[in-house]
Design a protein around this ligand. Structure first.
Ligand SMILES: [Zn+2]
Length: 81
């Protein structure tokens, strides 16, 4: 139970760090809403949760990118603000 809460907090912290690094917008099209955090190399293909493997994409770009890939588990898409 405890580690689930910490993991959630950790994700939030990582997302905020990405926002500070890249700005709060899609790195493909510059959209500022419906943002998700995307794994550049999917976890299913050996990618990691390191910041260097994460990018901010809007939902549309994320779906475009993911179109040729098998669906990822829901944990990879973080709720957008
Ligand atoms: Zn986009």
């Amino acid at each position: 139970m405890a580690h689930r809460t910490m993991n959630c907090r950790d994700k939030k912290r990582r997302r905020n760090r990405l926002y500070r690094m890249y700005g709060k917008r899609c790195q493909q099209c510059g959209k500022t809403n419906s943002l998700t955090v995307d794994h550049i190399i999917p976890l299913s293909q050996g990618g990691t949760n390191a910041l260097s493997n994460l990018q901010i994409l809007c939902r549309a770009c994320n779906q475009k990118k993911g179109a040729s890939l098998p669906p990822m588990d829901g944990g990879d898409l973080w709720a957008a603000y």
